[in-house]
Every structure is written in structure tokens, then in C-alpha cells.
Design a binder for this molecule. Structure first.
Ligand SMILES: [Zn+2]
Length: 385
């Protein structure tokens, strides 16, 4: 029987305790910053100490007991900074003790969030694709791996195994921080919408070669760039449904946005950033021309055509060409065209004309507010086959 690859108890203890400390802390952050800003740094140092605390603890110690030890450790290390009877400390510790009672292991939290994303995925597929598709079974593996966690001790990957999609979420406990915890839904959402839902449509082009079996380059402008913007917009809309509660929505959204920007502005990732930018321009373009296109919900149209494109198997190059063409029509230059925009004298006029032309062509191709990705390929003269 299938056994998910899990974190060791040691890693789970460290990550779960750190997450608890940060989750509660965000509710106190403003008060701390106003009164005792220097204590925030000490809190971060103390939370980093959970690593050695867990290593030193009895290896059979249960997670619940470890969380109690972690809280006691925080209290003793913050006491000298805040003062043992400081109201800031007392309220924080009492809040930690309250939250600890229902605090779930980090891997269980991730499972729950991904489970809700899968339900949403089915809903969006029903609204988008003309084909009756079901969200494939998605397994979640968790592991500890430093090289896969370039940002905030967190990373993700999607693979295919025995015909099922497997999402890996990687943690590197020593680097795992507040930003890492609040970005977990973002990483899951990226893996789910960009990769677990790619290439599912039974019709359409066949995969060309073995190397195209599954996966894409980490710099693929469609799946890593364009679709990353799409999933980020879905995540923004659905964060409360994914978390299953509302008290932390603002923090999760704030950190997801920061993670999205950070991820796409890393050096060497210009194409990915460009793909996300082209998607954002196309989204805005559909909103701008919604009346002319007679589309009541331009968001839905944007999600539909993006998801349908992603569902087509084996067209990695054509999808990337399409992103470049969309960008050119909307005034976004691909990285290798850097500089051209400053030379073209009729640039503004050209883009304005191109936008109008594109709106006209999309208007002709729309059927009941549905834009077939094949029609979009044709409009932009990209050969999908
Ligand atoms: Zn990716």
C-alpha cells in the first residue's frame, strides 16, 4: 500500500513549534513593535533555538510534549528582555498555551490546505474546461532538503508517479521562519495549479518525446511564470476557503504576495518574471475590454483560458511562444528584446493598435464568453502542433 514520505519526528517537532510561535506572534507583533521592538529579534533567535532543543530532547518525546517545552523555553528566554511580569510576555505565553491545544503538526496543516485546493480545483475545472475532467489524485510528500529550499527554508516540486501527481513540499528547518510558515499555502498552490493540473486534457497534441513526459524547466515562462500569476490570483481570492478560517487571512496573503515577488525576482529568473508580467497584463487587458468583448466576468475568462492552456499536454514550446506574443501585443518585451522599446519611435501607437486589434480578434473568437486556447494560438499565429 502507498505510504506517503513523511518528515521525521525531529523535523516535524521543530517546524511545528516554530509555526506555532510565529502564528501566535503575528497577533502580538504590533504591540511588541510599538513598545519593545528589540524583543522581536530576541523572539526570532529563541525560535531558532527550537532546533537544538529538539535535538537535545528525548527522541521519543511526543510532539505535544515538545510544544510545551518550546513554550517554556520561549518564556524563559524572553523573560530577561521583556521582564518576567511584562504584560506583553504574559499575554503572548497564555495565547501560545491556548493555541497549542488545537495546534496541528505542520504536515497535517499542509495536507488540509492541499485537500481544500483540490476541491477548488474541481470547481474551477468544471467552470473552465469544456472537457469533463476530474482533478487527478494528488499525493503530498514532505521531506527535509536544504538544496530544494532556496527561500525561507521552504520549497516545492511536482512529479508524476504511477499515473498520479505527487507534490513534494520541502523544508529546511534551520532556515524556516515566519515568512516560510505563512508561504506554505503559496508553495502548495503553485505546485497544484501550475503543475499538478498541467497536461491533463486527453485530447490535443501528443507528448513529443520522453523528456516531455512530465515537468518543465524551472525557467519555463508559461508554467512557472504565467501560471504562477494565475495561481497567485486564485490563491488571493480563495485564501479563506483554503485556510478554513479567517483570522490569519491577511497575514497569509501578505506573505504570499511577498513570496511571489521574491521568487520571481531572483537573479537568473527574468523569463519567469516576464511570464507572470505578461499574464498580469493580459488579465488587465481582459478587464479593460470586458464591455467591448461583452464578457460579464473577465476574471473567469482569464482563469478559463489560462487553465485550458495548461491542461493541453505536450505543447511546452508553443505555450511559451504564446506568452511572448501576448506580451508583445500588450507592451511587455521578452527579456531578450531588452532595449527595443526605447528605440521604436511609434511604440505607443503600435501597442495601442495591437491591443485594439487583439481585442477585436478575441471578440470574434469568443463563444458564450468561452475562449478556446486553440483559437488564441491561431489569433497569435503560434503553431501549436
Ligand atoms: Zn513550478
Amino acid at each position: 500500500m502507498f505510504q506517503p514520505k513523511k518528515l521525521t519526528l525531529l523535523d516535524e517537532k521543530i517546524l511545528t513549534a516554530k509555526a506555532l510561535a510565529f502564528d501566535v506572534f503575528v497577533l502580538h507583533e504590533r504591540a511588541w513593535l510599538a513598545d519593545r521592538a528589540e524583543a522581536v529579534e530576541r523572539l526570532e533567535q529563541s525560535v531558532d533555538g527550537f532546533g537544538s532543543l529538539a535535538v537535545a530532547s528525548d527522541s521519543t518525546e511526543r510532539l505535544e510534549e515538545f510544544l510545551d517545552h518550546g513554550i517554556a523555553f520561549l518564556e524563559s528566554s524572553l523573560g530577561p528582555v521583556l521582564g518576567d511580569d511584562s504584560p506583553l510576555l504574559l499575554v503572548y505565553v497564555s495565547h501560545l498555551n491556548q493555541s497549542r491545544k488545537k495546534w496541528l503538526p505542520i504536515s497535517v496543516q499542509a495536507e488540509q490546505w492541499l485537500g481544500r485546493m483540490q476541491k477548488l480545483g474541481q470547481k474551477y475545472l468544471g467552470q473552465c474546461s469544456k472537457e469533463k475532467l476530474t482533478v487527478p489524485k494528488v499525493r503530498l510528500y514532505s521531506d527535509m532538503q536544504q538544496k530544494s529550499c532556496p527561500l525561507h527554508g521552504l520549497g516545492g516540486l511536482t512529479d508524476e508517479e504511477e499515473g498520479e501527481r505527487v507534490i513534494w513540499i520541502f523544508y529546511f528547518p534551520p532556515d524556516f521562519c515566519l515568512e516560510g510558515y505563512f508561504s506554505i499555502p503559496y508553495v502548495l498552490s503553485h505546485e497544484f495549479w501550475c503543475h499538478a493540473l498541467s497536461g491533463l486534457a486527453p485530447k490535443g497534441a501528443k507528448r513529443k518525446s520522453k523528456s516531455e513526459l512530465f515537468g518543465c524547466s524551472p525557467r519555463n515562462i508559461f508554467e512557472e511564470g504565467w501560471m504562477d500569476y494565475v495561481q497567485f490570483k486564485i490563491l488571493e481570492k480563495e485564501m479563506e476557503a483554503i485556510l478554513g478560517e479567517s483570522s490569519r487571512v491577511a497575514t497569509f496573503q501578505d506573505q504570499s504576495e511577498a513570496f511571489h515577488q521574491l521568487r520571481n525576482s531572483r537573479s537568473g529568473y527574468r523569463p519567469v518574471r516576464y511570464g507572470a508580467l505578461a499574464a498580469r497584463q493580459f488579465h488587465g487587458f481582459l478587464e479593460q475590454y470586458a464591455d467591448q468583448l461583452k464578457v460579464s466576468d473577465p476574471d473567469a475568462l482569464f482563469f478559463q483560458v489560462s487553465m485550458d492552456l495548461n491542461l493541453l499536454p505536450g505543447l511546452a514550446d508553443a505555450k511559451c511562444d504564446l506568452v511572448v506574443e501576448v506580451g508583445q501585443h500588450l507592451g511587455v518585451f521578452a527579456p531578450e528584446e531588452k532595449g527595443r522599446s526605447f528605440i521604436e519611435r511609434n511604440w505607443n501607437k503600435n501597442v495601442d493598435e495591437k491591443r485594439k486589434w487583439l481585442a477585436g480578434e478575441i471578440g470574434k473568437a469568443l463563444k458564450d464568453s468561452y475562449l478556446s486556447p486553440v483559437d488564441l494560438f491561431k489569433i497569435l499565429k503560434v503553431k501549436p502542433l
